[in-house]
Design a protein around this ligand. Structure first.
Ligand code: BDP
Length: 736
């Protein structure tokens, strides 16, 4: 009796668990194909596989293929050793001898793959092949994706090679497992139980990344803690590196510049001091003795209080080169961040010229927009071959919309890496639905005109424009310990899109969304169409309800969640929203033309021409570059004030439209994820209204103009919005 009760209980529990759709499986669900004729077709076509080789990576590839096929086709896949008997042949170049196929391996490089239908005896077969084991794993994931997205696989001929070499996630994870700007739980890395315990989650993390071609991970926060470079921690890092290796994921660490003092007992961290250089060399040797394929160091220096070479009167190049020399014998790289802004900006910022008087020859003026360029452009060509400079997509800081950073195209002799932020620090964080592929594409496709028309940012970072020897792209991770990894299930789509674009920046946002929806939710055409529309509208929505027409950096102090355009009392001028929007009785916006900070001069003349006239400037960027009057006439004939107000309303309307659209997919997807997204959209709608009300009430104190009739009246007073406090908002920094 008791036994049978226990049995039913276990059975019930199992049944519930196995049918639960909690998002853990991401886009690698491998559920049985729900289209019967397609299922039949696939089953007929894939009867047996022949898999050559048994390295850890090949074993991972084989397991993935078998698990994936068995799930998708709901049948056991036989393995065979005969070439002619197999319908799927999976092998690297070194096993190619036995297969009669004309394969040009030169085209595939170190990570690329080929998937091709060939004649195999009397029948057709599919080959998946590559030069390397990891290329083969990527090919296997691609093949599974074809099935997951219900593609015709009868006549395949796919050659795929990544356009950027190092495709890296940057975790801003602290050693105490808090995550700076993390909104999906705590850090995945359990430093306490490492190295002894290897959580299955580490493997699933590596699998997910490999499935989209991500091949590196920086484990620690850029606001670094030197402890991670001590022996005990390095053994933990080694355990993670060992777990990730079969999936082609290299491990990187952030290097705290003052580590030689903090953990090395030296008196200085001066990069030109021989004892310091030696300390880093030995440290690098020690790291590589544990992790022979260690990727290298990511460094934030002389920015927001982090130590760096300037503390010793040295340049960023001096600092980066010292670390580069330490890792060079092991083929490591140094990724040096260009997110710097002068610590000496004056509190009162009324007069740009007075802000120059602080003996800082490298700083042209106090416009934070200009500072990365001002510090790095003069160093072009001064870095070692294994150094990349990592530049945030825009000149300020991951805003809903930024013009591309003027550094792209400006450093022909220094490889530049792109830094995107997947975690949505300024985009509604863990709850808002914002699919970021359109943001990434907008930047990648922007034309720098560095070598004439067509010199896109993508061509800068893929190395083709300036013949960089090493290339990289980074995404600040949005992943945490939440069961579904990213809090909002649609955060997974941004992670997915980052990987796919890092591999091939020519893919469109729509195509990536389509792939992701099919694998993650459903292949039902109506469901795909609805979700894709929601995703494609979501980025412009967040721009409109937060920072329309080129407004930027008007978020609440420190947590950056909601609106706080009124803040004017922070220690540095350029931490205050008022510094960025500059609203006054005349108008609003930051004049970055010749009459203002002249940041525009950092761009090529053709780019300047796009933005320099307030009457012709793309209105999406208007307030990034111009201080315009409240009654400035917009292209549609409205005044700036009315247009600004209408844009806020448009953002809210789009979110409400997204809510309605979402409700239509209720019966075609699982309840669990449906409800979560529905509830999050409710939060997003309320937040959008909050943004409109707070911003318009505040800006109205300057414009003195009525809120136009097409815009809903605010729910509360300005004082109310100003009084809101969020002392326990997640993700606030800490140097742990
Ligand atoms: C800002 C974040 C801060 C990061 C910094 C960085 O607010 O937490 O440390 O960027 O990129 O966006 O270093």
């Amino acid at each position: 009796m008791v036994k049978s009760f226990l049995f039913s209980l276990t059975f019930l529990l199992f049944a519930t668990l196995s049918s639960a759709e909690d998002g853990y499986r991401l886009w690698l669900r491998y559920d049985k194909i729900d289209n019967n004729s397609l299922l039949q077709q696939y089953r007929n076509q894939i009867s047996s596989i022949r898999f050559s080789g048994s390295s850890p990576t090949l074993t991972a590839a084989k397991n993935e293929l078998k698990t994936g096929l068995q799930g998708l086709l709901d049948k056991k896949i036989t393995e065979t050793s005969s070439v002619t008997g197999a319908s799927l042949l999976v092998f690297t170049k070194s096993f190619a001898g036995s297969v009669k196929a004309n394969i040009d391996y030169n085209k595939l490089g170190d990570e690329g793959f080929l998937i091709q239908t060939i004649k195999n005896g009397q029948k057709n077969a599919t080959i998946i092949t590559a030069n390397t084991d990891i290329g083969l794993l990527y090919g296997v994931f691609h093949y599974l994706r074809l099935l997951q997205t219900h593609q015709n696989i009868q006549h395949l001929n796919i050659t795929s090679v990544p356009k950027i070499q190092n495709r890296i996630l940057n975790h801003w994870d602290n050693l105490n497992r808090t995550i700076e700007r993390g909104y999906a739980g705590i850090s995945l890395w359990n430093w306490h139980t490492l190295p002894g315990y290897i959580d299955q989650r580490y493997i699933d993390y590596a699998r997910a990344n490999a499935s989209i071609g991500i091949n590196g991970t920086v484990l620690t926060n850029v606001n670094a803690n030197a402890l991670v470079l001590t022996k005990d921690y390095l053994l933990k890092v080694k355990a993670l590196a060992d777990a990730f290796r079969p999936y082609g994921m290299k491990v990187y660490l952030t290097a705290r510049f003052s580590a030689p003092i903090e953990i090395g007992g030296l008196k200085t961290a001066d990069p030109l001091d021989a004892s310091v250089q030696n300390w880093w060399k030995q440290k690098a040797d020690e790291i590589y003795s544990h992790i022979p394929d260690f990727g290298g160091f990511l460094v934030k220096a002389n920015s927001e209080g982090q130590p760096g070479p300037q503390n010793y009167g040295r340049t960023h190049a001096d600092g980066a080169n010292m670390l580069a020399d330490a890792v060079a014998p092991h083929n490591g790289i140094v990724i040096w961040r260009a997110f710097v802004y002068d610590v000496r900006v004056q509190k009162e910022d009324e007069n740009f010229d007075s802000a120059r008087n602080h003996n800082a020859p490298s700083i042209a003026s106090s416009d934070r927009f200009k500072q990365a360029y001002a510090e790095f452009k003069p160093l072009d060509g001064k870095f070692r071959k294994n150094v990349l400079v990592q530049v945030k997509n825009g000149p300020i800081d991951f805003q809903p919309r930024e013009p591309f950073s003027p550094l792209f195209g400006a450093m022909p002799n220094t490889p530049l890496a792109m830094e995107f932020q997947l975690t949505m620090e300024y985009l509604g964080q863990g709850t808002h639905l914002v699919y970021q592929a359109p943001l990434f594409k907008e930047v990648l496709d922007a034309d720098t005109y560095a070598n004439g028309k067509g010199s896109t940012v993508a061509k800068v970072i893929n190395g083709s424009l300036h013949n960089y020897s090493v290339t990289a792209i980074a995404g600040v991770s949005n992943i945490g310990s939440d069961r579904n990894w990213t809090s909002n299930p649609f955060g997974q789509a941004t992670w997915y899109a980052f990987g796919r674009l890092a591999w091939n920046h020519d893919l469109s946002s729509e195509k990536i969304a389509d792939e992701w929806i099919r694998q993650t939710f459903s292949n039902n055409p109506a469901t795909i169409a609805t979700m894709q529309k929601i995703m494609m509208a979501s980025r412009e929505a967040v721009v409109n309800y937060m920072t329309p027409l080129g407004l930027h950096h008007i978020m609440g102090t420190s947590h950056h969640y909601g609106p706080a355009p009124w803040v004017d009392n922070l220690g540095r001028a350029d931490w205050n929203p008022v510094y960025y929007h500059r609203a006054d009785a005349y108008g609003i916006g930051f004049d970055r033309t010749e009459k203002g900070s002249n940041a525009l001069a950092q761009y090529a003349p053709q780019v300047q021409a796009q933005w320099k006239d307030s009457n012709t400037c793309d209105e999406k960027d208007l307030l990034w570059f111009h201080h315009v009057s409240w009654s400035h006439k917009m292209k549609n004939g409205k005044t700036l004030w009315n247009e600004l107000s209408s844009k806020y309303q448009e953002g809210i309307d789009t979110v409400r439209w997204m809510q309605k659209q979402w409700n239509t997919v209720k019966n075609s997807i699982d309840d669990e994820r449906f409800k979560q997204v529905q509830m999050f959209l409710n939060i997003q709608e309320k937040d959008a209204v909050w943004w409109k009300d707070a911003c318009l009430l505040y800006f109205q104190t300057f414009s003195k103009m009525p809120i136009p009739s097409n815009v809903e009246k605010p729910d509360n007073t300005l004082e109310y919005y100003k009084s809101l406090k969020f002392p326990f908002a997640p993700g606030i920094g800490g140097n742990n």
